[in-house]
Design a protein around this ligand. Sequence first.
Ligand code: GLC
Ligand code: CA
Length: 551
Amino acid sequence: MITHKWWKEGIIYQIYPQSFYDSNGDGIGDLQGIIRKLDYIKSLGVDIIWLNPIYASPLDDNGYDISDYRAINPIYGTMGDFDEMLAEMHKRGLRLLMDLVVNHSSDEHKWFKESRKSKNNPYRDYYYWRKGKNGGPPNNWPAVFGGSVWEYDRTTSEYYLHYFSKKQPDLNWENPKVRQEVIDIIRWWLDKGIDGFRLDVISMISKDLVFPDATGENFGEMYTRYFCNGPRVHEFIREVHDKSLKDYNVMTVGEGPAITKEAGNDYTGQNRGELNMIFPLDLMSADWGPDGRFDPGITDRRKIKSFFREWNEALGDDGWMSVFLDNHDSPRMVSRFGNDTTYRTESAKLLLTLLLTLRGTPSIHYGSEIGMTNASFDSIDQYKDIESLNFYSEAIKNGMSDHEAIRRIQISGRDNVRTPMQWDDRNHGGFTTDTPWLESNPNYKSINVEMEESDDSGILSFFRQMVAFRKSHKTLSYGSFTDLDPDHPHVFHYQRKDADAQFIIILNMSDHTTSYAINQAGAHLSICNYTEAGKREELRPWEARIYLTAI
Ligand code: GLC
Ligand code: CA
């Protein structure tokens, strides 16, 4: 029997704070801006807000490089603004998840500033310091954002480890003092009354201390083999849980790079004392080639189906996952999995139907409820993300043309999904009165909240309808999930079922009308993303249907 929990029934709305709403006209979204939009968020029917990092940070990786875990970055406001925001959320029945980034800190955190001073500084062991090998770094691993994972530091003639940028040194979780710092930070925020955490790259916190050289693996293999799921990862998470999380009624979702299906329940099984759920990432990289993100291919629709089918089978009734089709690290879902031109409305609605009928806690990235699309900027000057900028300079150095490098960033770069929220058709989509920190997608004139609000058959109305539908049928949260047609190349046909009801969901993930046998005697068509009635056994492009059968 599956246990019922509020966090299994919740729906997460993700806010990228820089880009949501700018209240004071400096071009950067802020906490007062979020407060002004809480009624909008509440009106969606969602109930959990996940905020990307808002702590003090030099913003080398947009806040995933924290220099003070107990301070708010002044560009977003003050701790007073934070307290007000939290109170306003709670007043509306909205819960808040903060992003906890403790695999690494910023190099501007006081721990690291101390650590690099001398080999016997009390903070030296807060990070991984190693001697070089044969005149170079200690091993040959490449960092996620380019270059080596090791950076040489002249003061002590040693290298420090950084899986991401050199301004994100990895914290040494082998050191019990580091673990205690993390526990103290968690308790400090939970005592303030927040409702949980999203734990950044949690599968990376334990390292293989041998740091063996990689032997010709491609990036994905290397990442899986060496960077993630280290020997003490479960022990570390359990310690954090036992000394902090378990004392509070909060939720945790671990970001899970390279967490395999077999290991899902080791992180989320109900008796493990670790995490409530994870974000499995394999679908997010399903279309990457051997060289990773900037080597993009096409997502075979069967991979989307097998991802959900296999994760469901693996977790069973014991573990739990959050389901999502985009986030701040991926392209926009309608651009990646749908058709963001001819069938933008239909395919956005289909993807929202998918998201809200899966088993797992759905998480939606701001703007996808109105079908925002990839920005696909043409010039490197328009991009801000360190990952894209580093890729571009390395690619150009290695002889790739500007045209080809930009083409790849247009498909996969993370700025695609970080552009300002499109509120209305005024300058910059009504996000700011100044110049936004990242350009708005020029299509804000035709894609924005204001227009959607006045369209009963728009994407936003459909999203609200789907959220309400999920909330009124617990079967959609807890019922079993069965893929009824795993082999079809583009129709996704599955069942959600428990003792109360049975739903049949049919999604035509293609630009083509498709004949499809639907044998649902007695079934009632509850939801369809087309307003006009169609033929029973013919699915229109990107048509989504939900049939309900009483039991
Ligand atoms: C996670 C975050 C990503 C960040 C990285 C390093 O993957 O989602 O945005 O760049 O961790 O913290
Ligand atoms: Ca601002």
